[in-house]
Design a protein around this ligand. Structure first.
Ligand code: C2E
Ligand code: CA
Ligand code: CA
Ligand code: CA
Length: 260
């Protein structure tokens, strides 16, 4: 392991033990038709006092490789669920999406753990959606078992970054997902690329045909939003709607963006 990675890992372990330097940002996912807030996605943030902000793309893979991911996932779930409760008290209606690493899904008791956390923190399981990236690290049959346990408990399951994995269709056919998130790479060139529009239209049709909700990620322009609306995409998320926000910014954001 490179010296910098070793240092990052040690510091992350310390941060997790103390709960210091870590926080969650929350990015709204809004309904394409009227802009109402439907869900917020929790995104982990880490600011180290000497290294400064470390992006999740730098430390999440390290945590996955070196045995820290379960601790990180639990910290994210606990923090996100507590925050959801706080918003609930303040009268903000939303569900919560949390990114879950494929590694954490390997534990058969993970669905029970999530259910216990929900119960302990007072969140109905059907207000929680887990975002999972494609790319199986385990046999499909085992993954199917774990995901089915989540669905029986009422937890929603989204395929994150749809279109970037290698076995998307097979997974969709066999696994009990409730939502597809179209990767940003298919959204970026939407106003100009006919091919991307065809792909997005097909994914929307596929999702709706299978009874799934569809979200487009990385929406940055009004032109993209207009096309996604026309193509029947259910939810949109991206800098055009909102950057990932600090927890305390969400209620003011939501009151400025009341359903039109
Ligand atoms: P992701 O789940 O696909 O999250 C979307 C990423 O795109 C986020 O980056 C978000 O800040 C960024 N984004 C949102 N809207 C826009 C937009 O309009 N344009 C552009 N260019 N980017 C946009 P972030 O927060 O740096 O997270 C990167 C990745 O790190 C996430 O990708 C996810 O895979 C992972 N990650 C983040 N938080 C967690 C976590 O709590 N647990 C796990 N396991 N992974 C996480
Ligand atoms: Ca995600
Ligand atoms: Ca994504
Ligand atoms: Ca991603």
């Amino acid at each position: 392991m490179k010296a910098r990675d070793r240092r990052l890992l040690d510091e992350l372990e310390r941060a997790l033990a103390r709960g210091s330097g870590l926080r969650l940002a929350y990015q709204p996912k809004v309904a394409t038709d009227d802009g109402r807030l439907v869900r917020v996605e929790a995104l982990v943030r880490w600011t180290h006092k000497e290294l400064g902000p470390v992006p999740p793309t730098a430390f999440v893979p390290l945590a996955e490789e070196h045995g820290l991911i379960d601790q990180l996932t639990q910290w994210v779930l606990r923090t996100g669920l507590r925050q959801w409760r706080e918003w609930q008290r303040e009268g903000l209606e939303t569900s919560l999406a949390v990114n879950i690493s494929a590694v954490s899904l390997e534990h058969l008791d993970f669905p029970d753990l999530v259910e216990r956390l929900c119960r302990a923190l007072g969140m109905p399981t059907d207000r929680l959606v887990l975002e999972l990236t494609e790319g199986a690290t385990q046999p499909l049959i085992k993954l199917m078992d774990t995901l089915t346990r989540f669905r029986i408990k009422g937890v929603g399951l989204a395929v994150d970054d749809f279109g970037t994995g290698y076995s998307g269709l097979i997974q969709l056919r066999r696994l009990p997902f409730t939502e597809i998130k179209i990767d940003r790479q298919f959204v970026t060139d939407l106003p100009h690329s006919r091919d991307d529009a065809v792909i997005v239209r097909s994914v929307v049709e596929l999702a709706h045909g299978l009874g799934l909700q569809v979200t487009a990620e990385g929406v940055e322009t009004v032109e993209q939003l207009a096309i996604l609306r026309r193509l029947g995409c259910d939810l949109v998320q991206g800098y055009l709607l909102a950057q990932p926000l600090e927890a305390k910014e969400l209620v003011p954001w939501a009151s400025r963006h009341k359903r039109r």
